[in-house]
Design a protein around this ligand. Structure first.
Ligand code: NAD
Ligand code: WQD
Length: 330
């Protein structure tokens, strides 16, 4: 059973990935200091897999603490690095916090890997590295634009750090992850007040908010609202298993888009949520949000041909699971 270090494995995407790694026969070892999640996700993983999971309550930026993790665990096949802060707006208010944690955790992890002769790393990157692409759907050869936020800049810098290191790496550039595991036992337990579209829709549905404001309907898109590529988190989790299988057999540096390839507008997303869950969402049209790009969606040819991965879940399934997760939090 190949051991995989999963930093941030108690978080939203990490917890789903841990479940998929176990189902694929890997032994994930979680390293998470719970700074932006809840112990509930660890308990949820254990309920889903019906056994205990090995985890270390450790700050990934702390080299000596990380040394202990690697010394305790013995032979490790590779690492999947989720641990980072992710609130875009907070990164504008407090950039240092983002540079310290997001760059610091990768730096320490790469040092530990090198010290222990571990070659394989999968990194959580983001479509934010592209900014507003010149060509849609965007493919991996698109040049990075100036980052819209310090958060985005940390993703660009981390991809550079991976290129400069001697490791074998896959940067997975996630589009917009949404939804939850069908059990509703794991999900986004982040302490941040939601700022993403789908968690805000579910908060309106449950009555935590009166309405959602659609940020602008005067974009150059069919209904005037912004277009994104919403990817079910379970599909996204599975892409990490494919990437690890790939890295174990292939060396070098790789980057793949992980999206559905389908562009969905804000109004379409609200409508699909309403129809899938039979709930009416109160919304109004407001001004554009600073820093929003008009549209982005993935060209998924490369990830399909190299990793054999493509999205399987529908937007309807994602919206149903997002609503089930919100209800389970009551
Ligand atoms: P999350 O906040 O739910 O998960 C991150 C986890 O890392 C949390 O459990 C947190 O406690 C842990 N963590 C953070 N810093 C740590 C540290 N120094 N030491 C140990 N643990 C630490 O976020 P997520 O949505 O699951 O995102 C996972 C990764 O994917 C992040 O790198 C994020 O930037 C990236 N990403 C997320 C999205 C998204 O929309 N959710 C999109 C693109 C990329
Ligand atoms: C989606 C669409 C909004 C809230 C962010 C990060 C990105 C990545 C994913 C990590 C946009 C609209 C939203 C609302 C709205 N994260 N919207 N009303 O901005 O595409 O990406 O999360 O890497 O880096 O920037 O996602 O969910 O915030 O917005 O109209 O109350 O929904 O304008 O068009 P975004 P989002």
């Amino acid at each position: 059973m190949k051991k995989i270090i999963v930093t941030g494995g108690a978080g939203y995407i990490g917890s789903h990935t841990v479940v998929e790694l176990i189902e694929a026969g890997y032994t994930p070892i979680i390293v998470d200091n719970l700074c932006n999640t809840s112990i509930q996700n660890i308990k949820g993983i254990e309920k889903i897999i019906d056994k205990k999971i090995k985890w270390h309550n450790t700050d990934c930026t702390n080299k000596s603490a990380m040394d202990k993790v690697f010394a305790t665990e013995g032979k490790i096949e590779g690492a999947i690095h989720f641990a980072a802060y992710k609130a875009v707006e907070e990164s504008v208010q407090n950039p240092q916090k983002y540079y310290d944690n997001n760059l610091g955790s990768l730096k320490v992890l790469l040092q530990c890997m090198s010290d222990n002769s571990i070659k394989n790393i999968i990194f959580s990157s983001s479509c934010t590295v592209y900014g507003m692409p010149d060509v849609l759907p965007v493919d991996e050869s698109a040049l990075f634009k100036k980052a819209e936020s310090p958060y985005g800049e940390t993703k660009q810098i981390c991809e550079g750090m991976l290129k400069d290191d001697t490791c074998n790496s896959v940067a997975l550039r996630y589009f917009n992850p949404i939804g939850s595991h069908s059990s509703a036992l794991i999900g986004d337990c982040s302490a941040d007040k939601p700022s993403n579209l789908v968690p805000i829709i579910t908060e309106v549905a449950i009555g935590k908010r009166k309405k959602i404001t659609v940020f602008g309907d005067d974009y150059n898109t069919p209904d005037g609202t912004c277009i994104r590529d919403y990817i079910h988190v379970v599909d996204l989790a599975k892409s990490h298993v494919k990437a690890m299988n790939f890295l174990i057999k292939n060396s070098g540096k790789h980057a793949f888009n992980v999206g559905t390839g389908i562009g969905v507008s804000v109004l379409e997303a609200i409508k699909v949520f309403e129809e899938s869950n039979n709930i009416t969402i109160n919304y109004t049209i407001g001004p554009r949000r600073d820093g929003d790009i008009e549209q982005i969606y993935a060209n998924g040819s490369l990830v399909k041909s190299k990793l054999g991965w493509e999205a399987k879940e529908t937007l309807e399934q994602a919206m149903i699971s997002a609503w089930n997760w919100e209800k389970s939090k009551k």
